[in-house]
Design a protein around this ligand. Structure first.
Ligand code: SF4
Length: 196
């Protein structure tokens, strides 16, 4: 067994005092806490999906974290700004930061709402009813407002009785399709949230 010198004894004592001081400052507690946080990270092992904030024309990128539960259901854990996006670089404005509420809010409206002419309240209807109603109203408005020629006798085949506004979450293809459809019906008043 090697002999312990006075210098060795002093070094051992200083190391022990240092460890005691660190414990006194709470370093060991902090390490334990950080390990616990890492183990309990809400998004650990979650599936990462990319999307776009639907609220405005800036089009900030989002990352949604989901996990499949044992019963097969998919649980949305977190939505945050995408740090790889050149648009928002991981940031979201206060409105976009609430994007998760779109999916999880107990106040979320989950079916089309309809208020009949003269009625004072809205009622939930099926998509089949809502789409049928929209189609009927478009036809009625188009029939009532369609003009084939303008005041100078030029052929115009248009309706100014209907306007259409696209949303910021439209993809290029959806925007193209919607524009084709609306122009085909003779609409001239088309707008897109990205230009507002
Ligand atoms: S996070 Fe804010 S700025 Fe970005 S797209 Fe959504 S609403 Fe617009």
């Amino acid at each position: 067994m090697p002999a312990i010198t006075r210098r060795d004894l002093l070094k051992a004592g200083m190391a022990g005092a240092g460890a005691l001081a660190a414990a006194g400052l709470g370093f060991d507690v902090a390490v334990a806490e950080s390990t616990k946080v890492k183990q309990n990270l809400r998004i650990a092992g979650a599936k990462e999906s990319h999307s776009i904030c639907p609220y405005c024309a800036v089009g900030c990128s989002l990352v949604a974290y989901t996990r499949q539960n044992a019963d097969g259901s998919v649980q949305l854990l977190q939505i945050e700004g995408d740090p790889d996006s050149p648009v928002n670089e991981g940031r979201l404005c206060p409105k976009g930061a609430t994007a998760m509420q779109l999916a999880t809010s107990p106040r979320r409206v989950e079916s089309p709402q309809y208020r009949a002419a003269g009625a004072t309240s809205w009622k939930s209807v099926t998509w089949e009813f809502a789409l049928g109603k929209i189609a009927q109203n478009i036809k009625a408005s188009r029939d009532a407002s369609f003009v084939t020629t303008d005041g100078n006798g030029n052929t115009v085949n248009r309706t100014e009785g209907i306007a259409f506004a696209g949303g910021a979450a439209f993809s290029s293809e959806e925007g193209y399709f919607a524009t084709k459809l609306m122009r085909g019906l003779g609409l001239v008043h088309l707008e897109q949230q990205a230009r507002v």
